[in-house]
Design a protein around this ligand. Structure first.
Ligand SMILES: Nc1ncnc2c1ncn2[C@@H]1O[C@H](COP(=O)(O)OC(=O)[C@@H](N)CCS)[C@@H](O)[C@H]1O
Length: 863
């Protein structure tokens, strides 16, 4: 049944219910909620039916109703139904035409029998009068390629998001209405149209122009995107990226020798389906991705702008102000940058590509990004790649992907290795001028001497000897390193002749074997900050001691001074952030990998259900204070929950192994009764999110835990349906456990008068299998004391999976989407529905409370 048909049946059923109540002389007060429901159903019908309102049958056709009840189950509409539907459609179309200017329509829908509506172009839908070309779209399915094409072709098109009744978020295709009343639907069809109607040959070339082969090749890619627009499983996504990489090995663009809609469609597809992690390790695909980002920024802009409508990614750079109340005239909890001048501030985020980014890094990059944006300046993303023993391309690529998922786009991406030649020259000059010397004191001894403020025996060697040893070091000779002469008597240990250069024969991931000695962090940071025009270097407070040395070196080398502004490191209870310790967890197999949802990596926390907006708001609300605090996860999760409270649609699910059937004596026979569904809002307090179909049945599944608490004769409320009087509770004589329950729906019952409000699920054939997954902390102790080894505090059980049954609508859930399961909490989809044996994998998103949202207990402590 299509949503329109379902609503039609629901209206009939509700009307009959009201008639029955009236016959029983029900009071006006008792009737009111039913009449309200009927009106709401009619509104939903009108919206789903292209603006054409529900038509009350001229004479109530009791015969048809009767037929509906005894009709055998069938797989498709009968000829008679089709003729009737065709007549009805004709009538509706004629009405809609006459009524031009009404609500926009949605295209026709055909039900595939699995609850998913497949759209067909419907030329007869209602056509509103538009002042300008307008694309209506569901926020769950933003028309990214259309948006990119409007930017590329400079077309004037208005985009209007709308919530759609009777269809879950993301189900409806975008629809373009032209000023002349004609319309088109589907992201790719609209994009093609916009390119083709442009007068410019350059824009027409986006679809292949008049070249038939090119056009077809482009179409081939568009078909491909169309086919896979739903989220793919992890392995499939990986394989697909590998194939794309192979295709792009010898190509600059996907088709021909210039940008086309094929590039735009595949780019937006990859960007919005979280493929970035897979792209990272693939050189040709990465190169192509970067090329499109740079050469057609309209495409990236479209993706990030529309993603913002969807509420998933952070705002695109350059637009608007921060979330979380920051921005505007002041810097909120982030102190102003000293001496900052609007338009001239340059900040930088300098990760070492030696591991995956974690939430501590997120703090550093979001603060740098915030200041750059606040002062209308620039942000540099600099890979601090001075240690070839630890760094890899793979890490660099994962960092790029993680920054993209945080919505951070640097104005420049640089590498410390871009300056290796400059370093060599500067270091040689320091040696020549007697400011630096070569030292072969063993590492431990050197440390001891520095601690005791003792000079090395090499401190006063001749420049000639030092120069010879310096050149040997550059060739990879490891015996001597270069130290700068500062002050061995200084109270600041970092001023006691720090090491600035040392040999490392390992090939570098970017420069290969060209260099065999590398600057240390102490040397690299002040030099590159100054050379790159950084005005404010934000560093965590553990570097404070190094500030003096940083300025000393800039002065010694005659470089412009950069202002340092420090902020505290971010640490969380029961969480390790060190790359070394996180690697241990991966190597021990205690987690799935770096993107494990128990890990504090960016990939891990996003997978666990952290929203980028919440992360940003949390970090910026903490600000750039220097006070080091150990954060509680609870306060973070409760900020995270706030966003979802308003935006996530609500459904119900029950545990599969303990659920108990409740036979509702007067409930509808789900497979045969046309009234076996009602329309309810996706979110009871947010009608603008639209509505959905709630399936009813004469057998519904209750949580076992709830069934145990039922007593005969009491009235309970089945959430969103109404009251049921419990007639009997049958128990297993051996165990005393409830086996089944019988009840009767009481349409006139008052939900406010019942004690128990139960979640439930119609026991329908297409209910969806789900895996409800909960996680605990990897570390069992809140704060490890000095000397305590984290390995002694490993939580033995940190993951629990329970099988469940959920609302049929969850069949359409995509990876990364968050729903609320009533009385359970928020869940993020980690794997979409892939068949009866591979149900939807849902991860519980903590909400900051130690208990789950209700008396329903989970499999683990709720963290
Ligand atoms: N836990 C943390 N809280 C805040 N900021 C952090 C945290 N951990 C690291 N950082 C900052 O991120 C960048 C990059 O760190 P990385 O360890 O990859 O690299 C370096 O520390 C040096 N390449 C550059 C130091 S300025 C850095 O700013 C950290 O302070």
């Amino acid at each position: 049944m299509s949503p329109v048909e379902e609503l039609h049946s629901a209206i009939l059923a509700k009307g009959n219910e009201i008639k029955e109540m009236k016959a029983k002389q029900a009071s006006k007060e008792a009737l009111k909620p039913f009449i309200d429901e009927l009106l709401a159903l009619k509104d939903a019908y009108k919206e789903a039916n292209g603006g054409v309102p529900y038509e009350t049958p001229v004479a109530p056709n009791k015969k048809v109703d009767k037929e509906a009840k005894v009709q055998p189950e069938r797989t498709g509409p009968s000829k008679k139904d089709l003729q009737k539907a065709a007549k009805k459609e004709k009538r509706a179309a004629a009405k809609a035409e006459a009524k031009k200017g009404g609500t926009h329509g949605n295209g026709g829908t055909v039900n595939a029998g699995v609850g998913r509506d497949i759209l067909i172009p419907n030329p007869t839908r209602a056509r509103p009068n538009m002042q300008e070309d307008t694309v209506f779209f569901s926020p769950g399915r933003p028309p990214l390629v259309t948006h990119a094409t409007t930017l590329l072709t400079k077309s004037t098109v208005t985009f209007v998001p709308h919530a759609v009744a009777s269809a879950p978020e993301g189900m409806l295709e975008p629809q373009l209405f032209l000023v002349d009343g004609t319309s088109l639907f589907g992201d790719l069809a609209i994009a093609r149209f916009l390119a083709r109607r442009s007068a410019s040959p350059e824009h027409q070339a986006l679809t292949g122009g008049s070249d038939v082969l090119l056009t077809s090749e482009i179409d081939q890619w568009l078909d491909f995107v169309q086919q896979y627009h739903m989220a793919l499983a992890e392995e499939e996504a990986k394989g697909m990226c590998a194939n794309l990489n192979a295709v792009l090995e010898l190509r600059t663009f996907l088709v021909g020798f210039q940008l086309s809609l094929a590039d735009a469609a595949v780019y937006t597809f990859l960007q919005t389906n979280r493929f970035m992690g897979h792209i990272a390790g693939l050189p040709h695909l990465s190169r192509w991705f970067d090329l499109i980002t740079d050469s057609a920024p309209e495409i990236a802009t479209a993706s990030s702008r529309v993603a913002a409508v969807r509420g998933k990614a952070g705002a695109a750079r350059g637009g608007g102000e921060e979330a979380g109340g920051l921005g505007g005239g002041d810097t909120g909890s982030c102190p102003p940058l000293e001496g900052a001048v609007e338009g001239q501030v340059v900040t930088r985020f300098p990760p070492e590509p030696s591991g995956f980014l974690h939430i501590g890094h997120a703090k550093a990059v979001l603060l740098n990004d915030f200041y750059a944006r606040h002062y209308k300046g620039k942000l540099i993303i600099r890979f601090d790649d001075t240690n070839p023993s630890k760094e890899k391309d793979e890490y660099e690529e994962s960092i790029v992907a993680d920054l993209a998922s945080l919505g951070v786009v640097g104005d420049r991406v640089t590498h410390t290795s871009d300056y290796f030649e400059d370093f060599e020259k500067m270091a040689r000059k320091l040696v020549e001028d007697g400011h630096a010397y070569m030292d072969n004191t063993p590492q431990e001894k050197m440390q001891e001497e520095r601690l005791n403020r003792q000079e090395s025996v090499n401190r006063n060697n001749s420049v000639v000897d030092n120069l010879a040893r310096f050149e040997a070091m550059l060739k990879g000779e490891k015996e001597y390193c270069m130290r700068v002469k500062i002050d061995m008597t200084s109270v600041n240990g970092t001023m006691r002749d720090p090491v600035l250069y040392r040999a490392n024969p390992q090939p570098h991931h970017r420069t290969g074997t060209k260099f065999k000695a590398y600057p240390t962090y102490d040397f690299a940071c002040p030099v590159v900050d100054s050379l790159e025009g950084v005005t404010h270097a934000l560093r965590t407070t553990e570097y404070n001691d190094r500030d003096e040395q940083y300025y000393f070196l800039q002065d010694l080398l005659g470089l412009r001074r950069v202002k340092i502004q420090s902020f505290s490191r971010m640490n969380f209870v029961q969480t390790e952030l060190s790359k070394r310790k996180l690697t241990w967890f991966v190597e021990q197999g205690l987690v799935e990998g770096w993107n494990d949802p128990r890990f504090p990596t960016i990939q891990g926390v996003l997978r666990r259900g952290v929203s980028v907006e919440a992360l940003r708001a949390f970090i910026l609300s903490q600000g750039a204070s220097r006070r080091t605090v150990l954060m509680e996860w609870d306060s973070f999760w409760s900020i995270n929950k706030k966003g979802y409270e308003h935006s996530s649609p609500r459904y119900m699910a029950v545990f599969a192994d303990s659920c108990v059937p409740l036979q509702v004596e007067n409930g509808p026979e789900s497979r045969q009764d046309a009234g076996a569904a009602i329309s309810i809002p996706l979110h009871p307090k947010r009608p603008e999110l639209g509505s959905r179909v709630l399936r009813l049945a004469n057998v519904v599944l209750l949580e076992g835990q709830d069934a145990e608490g039922l007593t005969e004769g009491e009235e309970v409320t089945l959430l969103r349906w109404g009251n049921v009087k419990i007639l009997s509770v049958e128990k297993d004589p051996a165990t005393g456990r409830v086996l089944r329950v019988r009840g009767r729906h009481n349409a006139a019952g008052d939900p406010r008068a019942t004690k128990l409000k139960l979640s439930w699920l119609a026991d329908v054939r297409d209910k969806v299998p789900v895996v409800l997954t909960e996680f605990d902390y990897l570390i069992s102790k809140k704060k490890l004391e000095e000397g305590e080894d984290f390995k002694d505090f490993i939580n033995p059980v940190t993951k629990a999976e329970s099988l469940g049954w959920a609302d049929p609508a969850l069949r359409n859930l995509k990876r990364g989407e968050v729903v609320q399961l009533e009385r359970r909490g928020f869940y993020i989809c980690d794997r979409p529905y892939m068949g009866p044996e591979k149900g939807v994998v849902l991860f519980m998103v903590p909400d900051g409370r130690s208990k789950a949202m209700s008396t329903l207990s989970g499999a683990l402590k709720h963290v």
